[in-house]
Every structure is written in structure tokens, then in C-alpha cells.
Write a protein that binds this ligand. Sequence first.
Ligand code: NOJ
Length: 764
Amino acid sequence: MKKLCLLGLFASLAFQPVLAATAPDPLKTKEAFINHLMKQMTLDEKIGQLRLISIGPEMTHEQIRDEIAAGHIGGTFNSVTRAENRPMQDAAMQRSRLKIPMFFAYDVIHGHRTIFPISLALASSWDMSAIALSARTAASEAAADGIDMTYGPMVDIARDPRWGRTSEGFGEDTYLVSRIAKVMVKGYQGDNVAAPDSLMAAVKHFALYGGVEGGRDYNTVDMSPTRMYQDYLPPYRAAIDAGAGGVMVALNSINGVPATSNTWLMQDLLRKDWGFKGVTISDHGAIHELIKHGVARDDRDAARLAIKAGIDMSMNDQVYGKELPGLLKSGEVAQADIDNAVREVLGTKYDLGLFKDPYRRIGKAADDPADTYADNRLHRQAAREVARTSMVLLENRNQTLPLKKQGTIALVGPLADAPIDMMGSWSAAGRPEQSITLLEGLKNAVGDQAKVLYAKGANVTNNKDAIEFLNRIIFDREEVHIDQRPPEQMIAEAVKAAEQADVVIAAVGEARGMSHESASRTTLALPETQKALLKALKATGKPLVLVLMNGRPLSLVQEQQQADAMLETWFAGTEGGNAIADVLFGDYNPSGKLPVSFPRSVGQIPVYYNHLTIGRPFTPGQPGNYTSQYFDEETGPLYSFGYGLSYTDFSLSDVSLSSATLKRGGRVEARVTVTNTGKVAGATVVQLYVHDVVASMARPIKELKNFEKVTLQPGEAKVVTFSLSEDDLKFYNPQLKYAAEPGEFQVQIGLDSQNVKQQSFTLL
Ligand code: NOJ
């Protein structure tokens, strides 16, 4: 009873930040606050804080509230309105013994109510302010729905596009993804993570999830330490250095040891080397899955391994609650193991400002939006602006694009009028009825200036297994609507529309579920239905514009030949249709660049641009014996990293360096002039790559080290200057020593990764 009163006093102090100036308040610092609270807690209450549950059919709302009141739950996810979260917070604040607030999490990945383009598309913008805007807007919308934490950003480097979660990350390049990781964290968390419109970022999936074998989700990752440190770990580190409050742990194993039981990963690397101070969260059911991984005999063993490794919260399994008391009793787990985890959970709530005001994001019932889904809660303008910057023009023969708002336009394809797909995966708080399809976007753009004829032309696929997978397994609802008409009839209808038109736009690609968690593919080709449609459209002889909607690089060798123009739009979000129309009609000049290489075929994987130097490299245009190549396919990607066209032309001067040598501690500046030599204003991305010519180990043929997106009027020129220091030249050697080695470095600057101007300097 006495303890309770103390906490009551403490809680009231916490609500009154202004304290007497004379005596320092012992509870004012985070540490003192948490220590004081921990002293009040029973073991049961402590273990309760480590439990993170998904709001779903497993428990009724009443059961959940009772469990919260009993102190058995620390946080929840998957409830997305203030009205849903308030009763749970009430249960904690009014009915639980210690009145420790709950936190509410959600997968806010690329928008919340307003859906922004998928993460891979955001990366294609290379526009840090657009990406920041998407994260900030998402945070403010989610916080306004009573959410405190996002399971994002997802910064797994992805170099195998068979992996369905490629769509959810920012591509293949360490430097680009690291820059974005930082921007996303700052966007979500704002200047102050405790602010009512901020979300705490839990960066994921720590670590190396993108390296799963064969692109098969949840698979094993076997990776050399140098590759790990050099290529795959830096984005997580960048997010943590930017202040991410949480880390979600990956489902995969790393060189045989599951991340969830990996003491080296969770303690030596994350806590000791990187100094991470926040909360670690297992992925869904991952602690229990240690049994299936074959490293734990049973739940007891799994709980022991996970808590010892440093997994603070257990997501959606009961393993900690069930097993930790016994493990503590037997001495297999120390009180300190549990206390350390509890301290991080309480620290998270403290940082989120929840002890000061548990309702700071939930607000008062009287202020709840009358309609959670009201259109005026959306940020359509921001979504449209960001979506436009994310599109990549892959082909544009004979200046097919931009189109004129006149004549007759045939719009065909299974994705032309597909509101759910437009949102991409991980967009569950979005509403398909609020997303603008391409058909709507085109009509909005042309008004009565042009006629738009629409025909679906093909189902996204007619493969029964794939449809079953998308509709029953991935989403458990009729996501992919299959038109039952014979394929020939659908194609004939599209051809008829095409024949009446001046230009044909074909919206083709993937259903959004094809690029999602657990949606790995063995082919990157368009499904047969769509290929047949394109063949028939091509035969009409009408100019053919492909608008691609997909969440991973596709193999498009045939389509590249067929199309007069090809625009990669990914899954563009709520305002996708309007944004695509802006680009198609030249109301916005495309400026996106690929954040991933597009292979010619699935057999070429991996084709990432920055592979290590080898002894027998292939020389483009000179196939020869005994060089590294495939004899049955052209070597190299179809579209390389950093590639993307514009409606204008840019020229790049030679590179000039401020010095031919670089002293340790000094800097060398690399300068180019970029000029808009075309007739319209446009933006491009000037990209700086570096190659270490001779080192103690093979080094990448080039590595992105900086970039700048520049907007230029016709005829305008701009000098772009990049400054390089020793830090930009460092790498992890096989002993994992991070240092720059003396010698020659090539500086390559281009508007994509392949066509570059080059100069060299020497690091002394
Ligand atoms: C499993 C996914 O791997 C993870 O990314 C996600 O955050 C959780 N489920 C919660 O939805």
C-alpha cells in the first residue's frame, strides 16, 4: 500500500514538470524515474511489460483489457484508431496496479491514412526532402490516430529481387539506404520523439534480412564478415545514430545463429560497439520459432536464449510470460537479464512522453475525428508531389512522352484501374476507395480535351495457384479480381480500343501482393496474360507507352523492345493516378533514378552494380573466352543502378579535382558542371562514385559516396562540388579493421552508375 502511494505521488509529480527550484527532484531524470518504478514492480508485472501483442482474433477486446489491467501486456500493435486505443490505455491507467501506460505500435511503412509510394519508389526519388515529407506526414497522421511507434524504417539491403520484401526497403546500395534511413528516422521522430505528432522509429530487420538465401523469405543468411560490415550493416547503424528508439530483430539466422538468439549481434555489436540505448523487439513469434530453427529444445529454452541474447520484448508469443518465472527460479536466467529488458521498455515509454501524459497521442474522446477515414484528414498534395518525384523514365523513343492532352488515348491493362494495387503492400490503414487509379488520374488530367478509352485487356495473372496465394494466403480476401471472360476476348476488346486511339497506355506489372512479405518469386517476368496483351497491342502499330506498377525489379527485355516509352511508377500510393498523369503529360518532368539494378533475367541475379573486382572481368562489347559472363545472355543489367531519363537532356563536364593528392585529415574537392541542354526544365541526380584501385583486398568496382539532385532551367548550368575525406575511403578489411589504405582512388561522376567521367587522386 505504501508503495502504491509512493507511485501515486511520483505519477502526480510526473504530470507537473515545474518543480520547486530549491530541492532537485530525485525522480526527474529518466534513470531515477525508472529505478523508482522498477522497485515497485512485481516479477509478474515486469514480465508483463515485455509482452507485445497483436490486436487480432486471438483475444477479445475485453480479454485484452483485462490482461492489461492485470499488468500482463506492455504494448500492442495493429489497432489504428484513437477509439480503439483509448480503452486499452484506460485499462492500464485506471485498472492496473502501477498505472504504467501502454504504447501502441503499427507498421507505418510508406504513409498511414495517406499512402505514399512504396519505400523502393521513395528511394527512386533520391530526394531527401520528399522522403522526409513522407515520413513526417505519416508520423503526424499515425500519431493523430493514437499510435506511438512504427515498425520502420525497413532498411534491409536487397540485392535479390526474388525476395518479395524488396518493395519494402530502399534498394541495393549501402550509401543511399543509409542516407534514407537517417532521413526516415528524423522524419518519424521529428525534433522530439515525445511530441504528440511524433512516432518512435523501430528500425528493422536487424540484421541482414535482405540477404536471405535464394530470395526465399525467412531463409538463412550466410555472409562473410566483410560483406556484412561493409554493405549490409551500415543502414541499421545510420538509423540508430539518427536516434531510432527501437530495433526490430530479424527472423533469419546469421551464419547459422538466429538473430533472435544471437548474443554477438544483439549485445556485442548493437549495444557495445554501436552504443544502442533503446528497446529491442522480436519479430512476430520469433522467440518461439527458435525451436524450429533448431537451436532451442522447447519454449523454455527459447525464452532463455532470447532474453540472454538481449531481446527485450517478445512479439506475439507467450514464451516470456510462460517461461521466465521458472527460468529465474532455476537460476538459468538472472534477475538482471529481466530487469535490463524491463528498463528498456519503460525507457521507451518515458522517451515517448507517456509517463507525463499517457493520452498525448490518443487525445480526448471529444476531439476524436467524426470520421477516421474522412478525406480531409489526408495529405493528398504531399502524396502527389512525392509520388511524382519517385517515377523513373526507363525508355522514351522518339519523344513519345510527354503526351498531348488531345485526341484519343487508349488505357489498357490489369493495373489501369486497380485502387488496391496502387497502394502497394504494407498500407493497411489506407483505403483503396481513396486512391486515385490511373484511369481516374488520366481523366482528371485531360478533362474534355481528350477522349480516354479503357479496357482491362488481361487479368494480372491467370495462374490459379498464384491467384489462390494472393487471395487466400497473403491477404485472406478477394484482392485480385479475376475477370472470367476468355483471355482472347479481353485482348480483343483492348485491341479494339487501341485501334481507335492515337496512343496506347498499358498499365502492367504485379498485383501488390506479389511484392510482399512471404511473396518470393522464381521469375521476374510479367505474367503470361500480360505478355500476350502487350504482343497484341504492339501489333496494332500504335505508339505504346508502358506504365509499370511493381514492387521489385522485373526482367523486361522483351517489353523494352515493344515499348515506345516505359515509365516505372512502382506502387505510387493514394495520389498515384494523378501523379502518373502529371508525368505522362509533362506537367512534371520525371527525375527518378533506379535504386536497384534491373536484371535481364532471373538467372543473372545478383546484378548489383558495386560488385568486387575479379581476376577475369567481362569487358562490355567484347565477349571473350574465360571471362566472367553468361554465354547465353548479354552480360550486365538491363537498367543499371542510378539510371533514369528525363524529358530534357543534361550534359556533364569533365571532373576537376582540387588536388591530385589527399592528406589524412584533409579534403579533396571533385567538381563537375551539369547543364540542361534540352528545351524544358528538369531535375537530375549527379552521382559520385569512388573506386579504390589497389588495396589489400578486392574492392568494389565503384561505390556511391555522395549525390546531389539538381533542378535546372533550359540552358542553365550548375557547378556541383563534392568534398571527399579519408572517411569516405575507409573500408573493413578481413580483420575488420576500418581504415583507408594509401594509394590511387578513382573519382567517377555521372548521371547514372555506368556513364561516368573520371579522375584520380592519391591518398597519402
Ligand atoms: C512481421 C514482419 O516481418 C515485420 O516486418 C512486421 O513489423 C511485423 N510482422 C508486425 O506486423
